[in-house]
Write a new protein. Structure first.
Length: 232
């Protein structure tokens, strides 16, 4: 920046800056209003446009956070991907806005007065106010998204614990069936069972009935015991 020139350096196309350039290129009145004053005034116009665009991005993030709230508290939907994306966006914008506030303050107080005849302090105060609002909003958004991240993690952990609890109960209740069926499947003599025809007091399927009754009674006893311990 000099007394009668301003050079901007940036990567890629910046829409707010491109819009200013196109407006000046096609509108003589707009070009005179913007460039007919000092380099400091042009610098303020560019920074003001970029700051307004930054505020729009911040508002979009706030809107996305509001939209994701219902998803976070819906246990049937996994919101980890959306939360991670928003955390990255918030971190990227904070990485821009925090140094911007400090840099702009130094430029406005130290360098701009040398390149501008008019007093631009009020103009830059307005821009700084917008940046402060953006930083405050991003800080609030960061706290909110961290809460949503913890909430989503807790819901996921609780869901996993419930699934493991159900599977554990199913496995535990199946143990009596497994033990009894394995005993009756052994090719050795065990108590109560002697010869093949020794258990016929309930008919042809006496052994099968004994296995079923023993398994059901064992499972019911375990369920009663678990309920007394408030495990289920």
């Amino acid at each position: 920046m000099g007394s009668n020139y301003l050079v901007t350096v940036h990567q890629g196309d910046m829409k707010p800056l491109a819009d200013i350039f196109q407006r000046c290129a096609h509108d003589e009145k707009a070009r005179m209003e913007l460039m007919g004053k000092s380099a400091g005034f042009v610098f303020h116009s560019i920074v003001d446009a970029l700051t307004d665009d930054l505020l729009n991005l911040v508002r979009k993030i706030v809107g996305n956070i509001d939209d994701i709230e219902d998803v976070v508290f819906d246990e049937k939907i996994d919101a980890a991907k959306e939360i991670s994306y928003l955390r990255r966006e918030i971190t990227s914008l904070r990485r821009i806005t925090v140094p911007l506030r400090r840099t702009l303050t130094e430029l406005a107080s130290r360098d701009i007065p040398h390149f501008s005849e008019e007093d631009l302090a009020l103009y830059f105060d307005d821009v700084n106010d917008h940046i402060d609002k953006a930083i405050a909003t991003l800080d609030e958004s960061k706290e909110t998204i961290e809460i949503y991240k913890d909430t989503d993690y807790m819901h996921g952990a609780d869901k996993s614990n419930r699934i493991l609890a159900v599977l554990t109960i199913i496995f535990t209740l199946s143990m009596p069936v497994t033990i009894l069926s394995s005993l009756y499947g052994m090719n050795v003599d065990i108590p109560v069972i002697g010869e093949q025809d020794s258990m016929q007091f309930l008919g042809r399927y006496t052994t099968f009935i004994v296995i079923v009754i023993g398994s059901v009674l064992s499972a019911m006893a375990m369920v009663f015991f678990f309920r007394r311990l408030h495990w289920i």
